[in-house]
Design a protein around this ligand. Structure first.
Ligand code: PEP
Ligand code: MN
Length: 389
């Protein structure tokens, strides 16, 4: 991958979308310099282990389950909560593996999922406009000017929370990898190190990093940064993705066509997946590239309930997954797995399985997007297993 570095301009010279307007660049510089002197959260060896697991998915011999919070919260990090998410992911993996006969690689949206891309830079409530919440790595959820002011010191708290989370995961003994959206490039660069074994660069903030649907432009800073790291990487593909764009992403991010290196996470929406996905999969497959196809059946199906809560219908989530699997079955390609927002906590954020539109207020905890609760997530795992059999 170091071969690709020379071909791609330094990400710092390119436009980085969705970055916070840090009020104090000098303070940001201090925090970043401090992080650059700390040990990475994960090791290159672990990242390579994930790449080899994912190579099995790319070759149709395994499945990927990726899941966790939309946005982790610094104040809610606890061994109990981490174990509860882990337990749910393990249960889903066991269901999937037992029902399909395929090994399942489990990856949490965990230990670093603290930065959010947003559709608007500001939020207006009762005539007052403030910067939007961009994740605990950047600012706070409270609707006050102080809370919403980006604070670079939060990056150090994210690093500490990520290390703590990884410690708890490591002590569990179950093999689980970490992932997050690699959104804040100053933070990612500060934790990127050359591997002593090979000299190649690895992001040290998590095992797998993904590029979001809003930051996947080909000449943007995110794609350029991701081209310089050797971790397994993913890209979210929304409805505006053309086959040419997907092929160009492969060229930039996986020039060596290494199985397990690149995953496409498709999030088209239940209504459009059957129309939009076939051409993408067909053209990528025809190019001979070994990308992994995974369905995110949630981000294309979000709506606002009359009560004002952002939510998703379980039925839509399952419908998108069904469409995703149908498309792959028709083309003879491998439906590689799923990417979902979930929590082991007993929340009422998504509608279905006993949660109605009028129940959302009962236990709505998410700082950003609505998550499946444990009952809904296990139900989904059982239904998907039937589809994949
Ligand atoms: C997310 O995964 O929380 C997210 C913002 O997704 P996307 O980039 O697909 O919109
Ligand atoms: Mn989300």
């Amino acid at each position: 991958m170091s071969g690709a570095v020379g071909l791609v301009p330094d990400w710092r010279t390119l436009v980085a979308r969705q970055q916070p307007q840090w009020p104090d660049r000098a303070r940001l510089g201090e925090v970043v310099a401090e992080l650059a002197g700390r040990p990475p959260v994960v090791t290159p060896r672990e990242c390579d282990a994930l790449t080899s697991r994912l190579a099995g998915v790319a070759q149709g011999r395994a499945l990927l389950l990726q899941g966790g919070d939309c946005a982790e919260r610094l104040d809610k990090v606890s061994a109990r909560a981490i174990r509860s998410t882990l337990r749910l992911l393990r249960q889903m993996s066991v269901v999937l593996a037992a029902g399909t006969g395929l090994p399942v690689t489990t990856v949490g949206r965990i230990a670093g999922q603290y930065a959010k891309p947003r559709s608007s830079p500001t939020e207006t409530v009762d005539g007052r406009t403030l910067p939007v919440y961009r994740g605990d790595a950047v600012n706070g959820t409270g609707f006050t000017p102080t809370e919403r002011l980006p604070d670079p010191v939060r990056l150090r708290r994210v690093y500490d929370a990520s290390r703590y989370t990884v410690d708890v995961l490591r002590a569990s003994g179950a093999e689980v990898f970490t992932s997050h959206e690699g959104l804040l490039l100053d933070y990612e660069e500060a934790l990127t190190r050359p591997d002593r074994r090979s000299g190649r660069r690895y992001a040290g903030s998590g095992h797998l990093l993904w590029i979001g649907d809003r930051t996947r432009d080909l000449d943007g800073a995110h794609v350029a940064y991701f081209a310089t790291i050797d971790n397994p990487v993913a890209v979210k593909l929304g409805p505006s993705t053309t086959p040419e764009h997907a092929l160009a992403l492969i060229e930039r991010l996986d020039p060596e066509r290494r199985p397990g290196r690149l995953t496409f996470v498709v999030r088209m929406g239940a209504e459009r997946v059957r129309d939009l996905l076939p051409e993408l999969v067909e053209k990528v497959d025809a190019s001979g590239s070994p990308v992994i196809w995974v369905s995110d059946p949630m981000h294309g199906n979000t709506f606002t309930a009359p009560s004002g809560y952002k939510t998703r219908r379980f039925g839509d989530v399952f419908d998108e997954l069904t469409g995703f699997v149908e498309v792959h079955r028709a083309l003879g390609t491998h439906p590689g797995g799923l990417h979902v927002e979930l929590t082991g906590e007993d929340v009422t954020e998504c509608v279905g399985g006993g949660v109605g539109l009028d129940d959302l207020h009962r236990h709505y905890e998410s700082a950003c997007d609505p998550r499946l609760n444990a009952t809904q997530a296990l139900e989904l795992a059982c239904l998907v297993t039937e589809l994949l059999r």
